[in-house]
Design a protein around this ligand. Structure first.
Ligand code: GDP
Ligand code: MG
Length: 592
């Protein structure tokens, strides 16, 4: 098709403002789906996603409307996935910005606007949920103008009731620029997503930026020069449909016998092997996990199952990394790398829900760099592997640049929070009369605790946080160990700043005392830095066995009690003689 009749766009929104519902309406209106098929929200495939209301994997679908080819690229909406948002945006020329008519501009609305502007996208604001009694479109419009968007005719929709849908489609055609016509240039296709199919191998979602591609053609990945032959290509309507070619401006999929997702990296450029482009498209960024945790099956016999499950998940999620790890306390498990805490939670839930696994997860840790006395540098992802203090010359930890948007009345509270978390103030800018952007450099380890929750609660939900890794900086860090009944439990070790190591140790010991249930015997808990004990508390022995209470009593009550106990045992791990619940491994993340 002539590229003048193509429009590539995405929908961006703060969570729950109606992005998925609007996408469904667009599919319905253009006849991609019948009402019956609409029952399920098509663009959010995974059950988990639907429940959490976040879209994890980018999806693409082609709509036909008024002789135009409209490619709708779905984007995930959470800060943990902002690299995924970025890559989807790179495949578009325009974005529909959905704003809830009663909630107005919120955290991710702003973050998304800035991302879209960074990618040079035409933004079409749509005020949704106008059917709500609390809807106030005029207020929302004023907010959008405040933020600096040019708004002429506001598009008002109720995705729920299906009003305003035609206006949205017309605006896409009128306002989103057509892709450049670069049909005659050498092929360049941007991979913006990929997944693994057991029968066909890797399926790459692509936006053809230049040239064209046909089955049988030899292609090359520009990051590693590996060559493949194209087996099949096509479009999403929304299921995959084979086509004879894909041309500049179009969005679709390519199957080229790639057996390993690692060789089909998102952000990479596919070019022709015979007539290669000289430069790859911008946006190739290696995805590197920022946060690591230990994952252990509560039942050691499930180790093999956990390994299989992680391998399967990794095929669809190239950002997930893992390697085998053993813990003295927890046995055999894996050290798993995540993009952030939400990513970690989602993987954990999927492992438990889709693979029926019961897991114990250790507190997330960042990657530390340690230079020893000999000048050798090692990277440590697991606090338990921290070398002895006297062997260490320099410890460095990852820092992020945090951008916090918020109304100016909360600036004081936000700055205080950043300061408490070893943040270094960098800059403050007024975005408009009463909205401020704060810049801080903060250790990543502080951000991955409950920093975001605290920021939200201190700003009544108004602040948004975005952060990017900026590099390593030397820090005065020490390893804090926890001993139960005199033996260190490696899975409870953490890395903390020297200055507050003592108080952290004392508070952690107190928290563990509350979290670890009483056992048949007394359990002393100690916190130690090196050989120095900084805290000691005692879990008293349990007096009575639960069963004794109903000794001779009726059987069903006894059984219920046993079942209840079994329930309670869930996500417990026996370490030596002591049963430790999952929460204890995360205790270090909670503040007092
Ligand atoms: P997303 O998180 O942006 O994808 O939002 P969803 O499309 O999942 O919608 C979030 C919630 O808002 C769901 O319960 C929808 O049914 C509801 N919703 C979406 N659009 C409308 C609308 O126009 N009016 C009303 N009243 N509710 C809506
Ligand atoms: Mg959604």
């Amino acid at each position: 098709m002539n590229s003048e009749h193509i429009r590539n766009f995405c929908i961006i929104a703060h969570i729950d403002h109606g992005k998925s519902t609007l996408a469904d309406r667009l599919l319905e209106y253009t006849g991609v789906l019948t009402e019956r098929e609409m029952k399920e929200q098509v663009l959010d495939k995974m059950e988990l996603e639907r429940e959490r209301g976040i879209t994890i994997k980018a999806q693409a679908v082609r709509l036909e409307y008024n002789g135009y080819q409209l490619n709708l690229i779905d984007t995930p909406g959470h800060v943990d996935f902002s690299y995924e948002v970025s890559r989807s945006l790179a495949a578009c020329e325009g974005a529909i910005l959905v704003v809830d008519a009663s909630q107005g501009v919120e955290a991710q609305t702003l973050a998304n606007i800035y991302l879209a502007l960074e990618h040079d996208l035409e933004i079409i604001p749509v005020i949704n949920k106008i059917d709500l009694p609390s809807a106030d479109p005029d207020r929302v419009k004023a907010q959008l103008i405040d933020v600096g968007l040019e708004i002429e005719d506001t598009i008002l929709t109720s995705a729920k009731e299906g009003t305003g849908i035609k206006e949205v489609l017309d605006a896409v055609i009128e306002q989103v620029p057509a892709p450049e016509n670069t049909f005659n240039k050498p092929l360049r296709a941007l991979i913006f997503d990929s997944f693994y199919d057991p029968y066909q191998g890797v399926i790459a979602y692509v936006r053809i930026k230049d040239g064209s591609i046909k089955p049988g053609q030899r292609v090359k990945m520009m990051s590693n020069n590996r060559e493949y032959e194209v087996d099949e290509l096509g479009i999403f309507i929304p299921d995959m449909k084979k086509t004879a070619s894909l041309e500049a401006g179009e969005v679709g999929y390519i199957i080229a016998g790639v057996k390993d997702v690692k060789n089909c990296r998102v952000g990479d450029t596919i070019t022709s092997a015979d007539n290669p482009a000289s430069e790859p498209l911008p946006g190739y960024q290696k995805i590197k996990p920022m946060v690591y945790s230990g994952l252990y099956p509560t039942d050691n016999a499930d180790y093999g199952l956990l390994k299989d499950a992680l391998e399967k998940l990794q095929l669809n999620d190239a950002s997930l990394t893992f390697e085998a790890e053993t813990s003295e306390a927890l046995g055999f498990g894996f050290r798993v790398g995540f993009l952030g805490l939400l990513h970690m939670e989602i993987i954990q839930e999927r492992l438990e829900r889709e693979y029926g696994l019961e897991l114990v997860i250790t507190a997330p840790s960042v990657v530390y760099r340690i230079t020893d006395q000999q000048g050798d540098m090692i990277e440590i992802e697991n606090p338990a592997e921290f070398p002895e203090q006297n062997e260490i010359e320099i410890i460095e930890e990852p820092y992020v640049k945090a951008e916090i948007f918020l109304p100016d009345e909360y600036v004081g509270q936000a700055m205080e929070l950043c300061q408490e978390n070893r943040g270094e103030f960098k800059d403050m800018q007024y975005i408009d009369e009463n909205r401020v952007k704060l810049y801080y450099e903060i250790p990543l380890s502080e951000i991955i605790t409950d920093f975001f929750d605290l920021l939200k609660s201190k700003t009544r939900g108004y602040a948004t946080l975005d952060y990017e890794f900026i590099g390593y900086k030397p820090s005065q860090l020490v390893k804090l160990d926890i001993l139960l009944s005199g033996s260190p439990v490696d899975a409870l070790s953490t890395i903390v700043h020297q200055e507050n190591a003592g108080s952290k140790g004392r508070s952690l010991a107190r928290k563990l005392k509350k979290l670890i249930p009483r056992q048949m015997f007394a359990v002393p808990i100690q916190a130690a830095i090196g050989s120095k004990i900084v805290a000691r508390v005692n879990i008293k022995a349990l007096r009575k066995n639960v069963l004794q209470k109903c000794y001779g009593g009726d059987i069903s009550r006894k059984r219920k009690l046993l079942e209840k106990q079994k329930e309670g045992k869930k996500r417990m791990k026996r370490v030596g003689q002591v049963e430790i619940p999952q929460e204890a491994f995360m205790a270090v993340l909670q503040r007092d």
